[in-house]
Design a protein around this ligand. Structure first.
Ligand code: COA
Length: 199
């Protein structure tokens, strides 16, 4: 069953993300950093956060933004100090992260589709619950919400070597727009017309 994420789901969402998005930049900055990002998203008018619930277990979640640039700008201005504190230890241990942090400020300039504000940001499903259509349902729920809000197009980026998610996106009708290097890896940018996405 899909429901809105609440504060109580944050720790489980962090575990799902940290344990299964091994090469994520956000993971490099530690779980405290991720917590600030997820909690801020939950509190923001720009983000939509859903979870999949089975009994008392939450095996999957999705976080999207109706305006991802506005969301990250809001998080940065409200939480810059907290983010800095959370990331400091990890940056001291691995100074090369400084360059990635700097590059992050140019993410929106590096990606095409600047006019498409809505974006899928984070999704992760517990391995024991995969291939049961949970992601497809979470994505469909988010698209329905975008549609209700009058949003006509949305985008998502993925790592080129994440074959499972790239396959999933293509099967849902997402169109590949561009490939670009970011944080030292090849990334893909997709777009879909909200009303054209396949169920
Ligand atoms: C990507 C992920 C979210 C998919 O979740 P899921 O609930 O298993 O996905 P669904 O069951 O809704 O859809 C499965 C689809 O994934 C794709 N897929 C699944 N296993 C695959 C494999 N081994 N090879 C290629 N594609 C595969 C297929 O398109 C499949 O659809 P199909 O069964 O109709 O062919 C999940 O694997 C995950 O959490 N991965 C780790 C986190 C991650 O990579 N997040 C994305 C960051 S951009």
């Amino acid at each position: 069953m899909i429901r809105l994420m609440t504060q109580k789901d944050i720790s489980a969402a962090i575990d799902l993300y940290a344990n299964h998005m091994f090469d994520s930049f956000f993971n490099d900055l530690g779980q405290g950093f991720l917590r600030v990002i997820f909690e801020s998203a939950l509190a923001s008018k720009y983000a939509r956060c859903y979870v999949w619930e089975e009994g008392s277990f939450m095996p999957g979640f999705i976080i999207s933004a109706t305006d991802s640039r506005a969301l990250f700008r809001e998080i940065f201005w409200k939480k810059a100090f907290l983010l800095l504190i959370q990331a400091a230890l990890f940056v001291i241990k691995k100074p090369s992260l400084c360059l990635k942090i700097l590059e992050s400020f140019f993410y929106f300039r590096r990606t095409k589709l600047e006019d498409v504000k809505a974006e899928f940001l984070f999704i992760s499903i517990d391995p024991a619950y995969r291939n049961r259509g949970i992601s497809k349902e979470l994505i469909a729920k988010t698209l329905a919400e975008f549609s209700e809000r009058g949003i006509s197009r949305t985008k998502v980026t993925s790592k080129k070597d994440n074959h499972i998610v790239n396959n999933l996106l293509r099967s849902l009708g997402f169109n590949l727009i561009d490939s670009f290097e970011f944080h030292g890896k090849e990334n893909l940018l997709y777009e879909v017309r909200v009303s054209h996405a396949k169920e």
